[in-house]
Every structure is written in structure tokens, then in C-alpha cells.
Design a protein around this ligand. Structure first.
Ligand code: HEC
Ligand code: HEC
Ligand code: HEC
Ligand code: HEC
Ligand code: HEC
Ligand code: HEC
Ligand code: HEC
Ligand code: HEC
Ligand code: HEC
Length: 368
């Protein structure tokens, strides 16, 4: 590969180098970042030139421009980090020969420098869906720099909506659904701090495959992490009883049992998102909601194809039956709650009386 530069470029560079020397002499001693600053000024002497570019062997053009303001404003720039903290193979010019064949190759070769200082995040990401994809040779899989940038790294969750914008770069269809959901709209329109961003359900670095039986079985507890929390949810006037009532119900009882005893076993019982949707969850009163009265039968029919109009009506949803809500169910439950202990009590008393009677009779016979 030939990365030699035309004569005019050399002239340009000589000029820049001279100006750097000038800056350095003027700045000597006054520089607050000392050596780090000086070293970066040398690199930027050439790389702050917006015209500086090169052609990669693939034919792609690579801009070699580094915006000094953007770099200085980045988390690393603010810490006064040297260019060579990441580019440890480069100390001056000429540089070592370039390894990269194309743009993606360059990214895949240079992002590993992040690991030097962020071993924890690197390790967390090792067996994520994205990392497995990369290990399988899929170059589309995101690496540190796809999510964080490199010369302009900023706190990734400020504002919180930034997280969803990061994922949307590659998952735009899902992002567009999420944006219209009760969770997404609250985040993006009201900066609501209580609703989930992508990573509350998926994680950021350690990201499981969400389409496994295991993820499905544990998903109700992801939702419940917020939906049973009176501090987080109470203020919206929605029930925090949704997990308890779900687990007490025919679907949830099995799911809880599987989740505890055989967490990899597939289940066809409904989990929260079968009824409510995943990235498109709506307020339960929204006419588009999958659980609003008009749509509920269709939702049940995904798994109960023969269900008729009164099928969902016969079910108590997340309510605990009471004289006001589902009175029939309530009184039937009450009836059984009274009837069964009464019956059992009756039999116990009956048996005790019977034993007593027999004992008395036996003693009476012996005495005779
Ligand atoms: C005299 C000008 C000059 C200086 C000073 C300079 N560079 Fe470069 N840099 C270039 C040119 C020209 C290229 C294009 C590839 C080449 O010629 O090697 C380049 C390419 C690069 C690349 C991309 C490709 C590669 O070779 O890895 C990186 C990264 C880089 N420089 C970093 C630095 C760092 C860090 C410093 C400071 C320690 C620095 N440069 C100092 C001119 C310079
Ligand atoms: C926090 C680590 C880090 C620091 C600090 C850093 N770089 Fe980089 N730099 C990278 C990474 C990673 C890439 C490869 C990015 C890619 O293309 O995906 C890169 C790419 C480059 C390139 C190739 C062009 C490009 O945009 O891809 C040049 C030139 C370069 N850096 C120069 C510099 C200079 C000059 C400084 C100091 C002012 C600097 N870098 C500081 C991580 C860093
Ligand atoms: C020389 C060490 C070093 C290297 C190399 C390095 N970082 Fe950092 N990075 C730091 C330090 C120190 C901080 C500030 C303290 C912290 O939050 O960990 C930081 C902060 C960050 C933050 C912001 C954390 C926050 O909560 O605000 C992100 C994101 C980040 N780095 C990503 C990267 C990426 C991506 C790369 C590779 C392109 C990289 N870092 C390379 C040292 C480094
Ligand atoms: C798929 C996107 C994505 C990838 C890939 C990724 N990150 Fe992150 N990273 C995030 C998000 C989102 C956050 C915010 C986490 C939060 O707010 O809890 C984050 C947070 C961070 C932080 C702040 C501290 C922390 O752990 O919350 C650092 C440092 C960091 N990442 C470094 C890295 C490094 C280094 C890599 C590569 C080994 C990497 N990230 C890969 C999305 C990503
Ligand atoms: C640079 C692109 C990119 C970014 C950024 C990115 N992803 Fe991905 N992600 C992919 C690719 C490619 C796949 C493989 C599946 C596919 O083709 O959609 C994938 C797969 C996934 C999967 C596994 C599902 C599957 O189809 O295998 C989840 C979950 C996921 N990403 C979540 C996220 C989240 C959450 C974020 C933000 C923190 C994020 N991704 C950021 C590219 C990206
Ligand atoms: C409330 C929790 C929750 C939130 C918030 C969430 N997801 Fe998901 N996501 C899930 C669940 C559950 C699945 C598994 C669905 C299935 O079984 O197909 C999933 C599946 C996925 C998949 C893989 C399957 C597919 O449909 O392609 C990707 C990729 C994904 N989510 C990305 C994202 C992104 C990007 C965001 C943010 C914009 C996000 N998710 C927000 C819960 C969530
Ligand atoms: C079999 C279907 C189904 C399953 C499974 C299900 N729900 Fe519901 N959910 C509903 C219906 C129907 C409603 C609407 C009740 C109404 O009309 O007031 C509802 C209402 C809600 C509400 C609103 C409560 C309120 O006070 O307005 C929340 C929050 C909720 N569900 C969360 C969950 C969570 C979390 C799970 C899993 C632990 C779950 N749901 C499982 C069908 C379901
Ligand atoms: C990070 C916390 C969090 C997680 C995780 C979460 N939610 Fe929510 N959810 C909220 C908050 C907060 C609201 C209220 C938002 C508002 O009204 O502005 C909400 C609203 C809802 C509503 C609308 C209730 C109504 O007003 O009618 C439903 C339904 C719902 N969530 C279901 C789910 C399901 C199903 C899951 C899991 C797949 C889930 N949520 C995961 C925090 C969360
Ligand atoms: C993801 C699939 C799925 C969805 C969606 C679903 N169910 Fe079920 N449900 C099941 C399975 C599987 C069983 C167990 C059936 C069996 O054992 O014969 C079940 C059992 C039941 C039972 C116990 C009685 C019976 O028929 O065995 C009732 C009642 C019930 N579901 C009501 C509902 C209602 C009402 C809805 C809609 C709000 C609904 N289900 C949505 C999968 C689902």
C-alpha cells in the first residue's frame, strides 16, 4: 500500500510543523497541561488541518482531520489525555505503516485501545449478543466507538434520551415503535426519569439474546422491577399489584414455576408482553392498546383461537375480585372461602366426636 504524499502536501506539512514549533516556544511553561498538551499540539499541528486526508487500499477516502475543540470538550480531552493514550503505536511522523484495508478495518483495529482503561466494560460485553455477532465475523456488530464515538466521547446517559438515540443508529424500526409507546413518549417528550430506555430491559454492555426461552421466562420480573415499585409507579395512579395478580393467575403460575425450576424451558403461557406488546406498549385506555376492550379478544386469540366474545369478559384481568369489581367472582370466591373451611371443620368435629363416642363405648363395654 502506498501512503506517500504528493510534494504540495509536504510543503503544507513543513509549514504546519514550523507553526507548531512557534506555538510551542510561545507556550513553553505557560501550558497548564504540560507535556500532554505539548504532545497533542504536535499531533494537531498536522491533524487540525481539515484538508488532511488519505486513500485507503479499498479506495475509500479517510479524513485525517481531528477537530481540536470537539476533542478538548470530550471526557478524555477534559482530563488532558494525550493522543498517544489511545494511539500508542504512534510517536511522531512518519507513522508506522497502516494495517487497515478499509474504513471498518481501521475502526476494528483501533477500538481495542479503549480496553486499556475500561477493562470492566470490555469484560461485561464479552458474551453479549453484539460481541458474539462480531466473533462470528459480522462486521456490522457495534464496537465501543459505534456507541460512544472516539474523539468526541461524552457521558452516554446525559440526557437519558441519548441512550435510545445511540441504539437507534442501527435499530431504527424498533426505535420508531418505542418512540410512540407509553414508555418512549414519556422519555422523549417529557424527559421522564421513571420509564425504561432500551438498556433497562436489555442492558448496555452485557446484553442477552432476548429471543431465548430464558429471557422470556424472566421478562415479567424485568417489568415488575418498576411496576411493583410504589415510589416509581405510584405517582402515575396505576396499579402496583400487576405482578401479584399475574402470578396468581393461570398464565403466571406456570411461568413463575418454570422460571424458578427450569429457567431454559420454553413456555407457551402468556407473559406480560404477549398481552401488552413489547416496544409498542400503550396506555391501557389508548384505543390502539392491545388490551383495550375492543382489541382484547384479538389478543387472547393469538393463543386461544377458539375464544368467543365472552372469553375475556370472564377473566378478572389484574383485579382482585371485590363487591365492586367482578362481584360474581368475588361472591363465588367468598362462598368457597366460607364453604370449604366450614366443611372441613364439620368433618374434623364429626371425626373427633366419633372417636370420642367409640372410646366411651369401649370403656363402657370393658366396665360391664
Ligand atoms: C507531520 C505531520 C503529522 C504529524 C506531526 C502527525 N501525523 Fe498522524 N498522520 C499524518 C499523515 C500524513 C497521515 C496519513 C498516513 C501516513 O502518511 O502515515 C497520518 C495518519 C495518522 C493516523 C491514521 C492512520 C494510521 O497511520 O494509523 C493516525 C491515527 C494518526 N496519524 C495519529 C497521529 C498522532 C497520534 C500524532 C501525534 C503523536 C500524529 N498523528 C502526528 C501526518 C502527521
Ligand atoms: C480515547 C481514545 C483516543 C484518543 C485520546 C485519540 N484518538 Fe484518535 N482515534 C481513536 C480511535 C478509536 C480511532 C479509530 C476510529 C474509527 O475510525 O473508528 C481514531 C482515529 C484517529 C485518526 C484516523 C482518522 C479517523 O477519524 O478515524 C486520526 C488521524 C487520529 N485518531 C488522531 C488523533 C489525534 C491527533 C488525537 C489527539 C488530539 C487523538 N487521535 C486522540 C481513539 C483516540
Ligand atoms: C488512557 C485511559 C483511557 C482510554 C485509553 C480510554 N478512556 Fe474512556 N475514560 C477514561 C477516564 C479516566 C474517564 C473518566 C472516568 C470514568 O468515567 O471512567 C473516561 C471516561 C469515559 C466515558 C464516560 C463515562 C461517563 O460515565 O461519563 C466513556 C463513555 C469512555 N470513557 C469511553 C471510552 C472509549 C469508547 C474509549 C476508546 C475509544 C476510551 N474511553 C478510551 C480513560 C480512558
Ligand atoms: C451497544 C452500545 C454500546 C457499546 C458497544 C458499548 N457501550 Fe459503553 N455504554 C453504552 C451505554 C448506553 C452506556 C450508559 C450506561 C448507563 O447509563 O447505565 C454505556 C456506558 C459506558 C461507560 C460509563 C460507565 C458505565 O459502565 O456505565 C463507559 C466507561 C463505557 N460505556 C465504555 C465502553 C467501552 C470501553 C466499550 C467497548 C469495550 C463500550 N462501552 C461498548 C453503550 C455501549
Ligand atoms: C452499530 C450498529 C448497532 C448499534 C449502535 C446497536 N446495535 Fe444492537 N445489533 C446490531 C446488529 C447488526 C445486530 C444483529 C441482529 C440484526 O441484524 O438486527 C444487533 C442485535 C441486537 C440485539 C439482539 C437481537 C438479535 O436480533 O439478535 C439486541 C437486543 C440489540 N441489538 C440491542 C441493542 C441496544 C439496546 C442498543 C443500544 C444500547 C444497540 N443494540 C445498539 C447493531 C447495532
Ligand atoms: C420494556 C422493556 C423493553 C424496552 C424498553 C426495549 N426492549 Fe427491546 N425487547 C424487549 C423484549 C421483551 C424483547 C423480546 C421479544 C421477543 O421475544 O421477540 C425485545 C427484543 C428486542 C430486539 C430483538 C428482537 C427484534 O424484535 O428484532 C432488539 C434488537 C431490541 N429489542 C432492541 C431494543 C431497542 C433498540 C430499544 C430501545 C429503543 C428496546 N429494545 C427497548 C424488551 C424491551
Ligand atoms: C393475559 C393478558 C395479560 C397479561 C399476561 C398481563 N396483563 Fe397487564 N393488563 C391486561 C389487561 C387486559 C389490562 C387492562 C385492565 C383494565 O381494563 O383496566 C392490563 C393492565 C395493566 C396495567 C395498567 C394497570 C392500571 O392500573 O391501569 C399495567 C401497568 C400492566 N397491565 C402491566 C402488566 C405486567 C407488568 C404484566 C406481567 C407481570 C402484565 N401486565 C401481564 C392484560 C394482561
Ligand atoms: C424502568 C421502569 C419500567 C420498566 C422496566 C417497565 N415499565 Fe411500564 N411504565 C413505567 C412507567 C414509569 C410508566 C408510566 C408512564 C406514564 O404514564 O407517563 C409505565 C407505563 C406502563 C403501561 C401503561 C399503564 C397505563 O397508564 O395505562 C403499561 C401497560 C406498562 N408500563 C407495561 C410494561 C410492561 C409490560 C413492561 C415489561 C415488558 C414494562 N412496562 C416495563 C415504568 C417501567
Ligand atoms: C401467549 C399465549 C397466550 C395468550 C396471549 C393468552 N393465553 Fe390464556 N393460556 C395460554 C395457555 C398456553 C394456557 C394453558 C392452556 C391449557 O392448559 O390448556 C392458557 C390458559 C388460560 C385460561 C385457563 C382456562 C383454559 O382455557 O385452559 C384462561 C381462562 C385464559 N388462558 C384466558 C386468557 C385470556 C382472557 C387471554 C387474553 C386476555 C389470554 N388467555 C391470552 C396462553 C395464552
Amino acid at each position: 500500500m502506498d501512503t506517500r504524499l504528493p510534494r504540495s502536501k509536504w510543503a503544507l506539512m513543513l509549514l504546519t510543523a514550523l507553526s507548531v514549533l512557534l506555538i510551542l516556544t510561545i507556550d513553553a511553561g505557560a501550558s497548564s497541561t504540560g507535556q500532554q498538551g505539548d504532545e497533542n499540539i504536535v499531533c494537531l499541528g498536522c491533524h487540525a488541518n481539515p484538508e488532511l486526508k488519505m486513500q485507503l487500499p479499498s479506495g475509500e477516502e479517510l479524513s485525517l482531520y481531528v477537530d481540536p475543540d470537539a476533542f478538548n470538550a470530550s471526557v478524555h480531552g477534559q482530563l488532558g489525555q494525550k493522543c498517544t493514550a489511545c494511539h500508542d503505536g504512534i510517536s511522531g511522523y512518519p507513522h508506522p505503516p497502516l494495517f487497515a484495508v478499509d474504513r471498518r478495518d481501521l475502526s476494528l483495529g483501533l477500538y481495542t485501545s479503549c480496553r486499556r482503561c475500561h477493562e470492566k466494560q470490555y469484560r461485561e460485553g464479552l458474551d453479549s449478543v453484539h460481541a458474539r455477532l462480531l466473533a462470528g465475523g459480522d462486521r456490522r456488530a457495534p464496537i465501543c466507538t459505534d456507541c460512544h464515538g472516539y474523539h468526541d466521547v461524552a457521558p452516554p446517559d446525559e440526557p437519558r434520551s441519548r441512550i435510545t438515540h445511540t441504539c437507534s443508529k442501527c435499530h431504527s424500526t424498533i426505535y420508531n415503535e418505542y418512540k410512540e409507546s407509553v414508555h418512549g413518549a414519556a422519555l422523549l417528550e417529557e424527559s421522564n426519569p421513571d420509564v425504561p430506555t432500551c438498556i433497562d430491559c436489555h442492558g448496555a454492555h452485557h446484553m442477552e439474546d432476548p429471543r431465548t426461552a430464558r429471557f422470556r421466562l424472566k421478562s415479567p420480573w424485568i417489568c415488575a422491577g418498576c411496576h411493583t415499585d410504589p415510589v416509581r409507579i405510584g405517582k402515575y395512579g396505576i396499579s402496583t399489584d400487576v405482578l401479584d395478580t399475574y402470578v396468581a393467575d393461570f398464565h403466571g403460575t406456570t411461568v413463575e414455576l418454570f422460571a424458578k425450576q427450569s429457567p431454559d424451558q420454553p413456555t407457551n403461557k402468556a407473559v406480560c408482553y404477549d398481552c401488552h406488546g413489547i416496544h409498542n406498549i400503550k396506555k391501557v385506555t389508548d384505543p390502539e392498546a392491545t388490551v383495550v376492550k375492543e382489541n382484547l379478544l384479538r389478543t387472547c386469540r393469538q393463543c386461544h383461537p377458539d375464544a368467543t366474545a365472552n372469553f375475556p369478559t370472564a377473566w378478572v384481568k389484574h383485579y382482585r375480585a371485590s363487591p365492586q369489581q367482578y362481584p360474581l367472582v368475588y361472591y363465588v370466591q367468598l362462598f368457597y372461602r366460607i364453604l370449604i373451611p366450614t366443611l372441613i371443620g364439620f368433618f374434623v368435629v364429626y371425626i373427633l366426636l366419633d372417636i370420642a363416642r367409640r372410646t366411651v363405648e369401649r370403656f363402657a363395654q370393658r366396665g360391664a
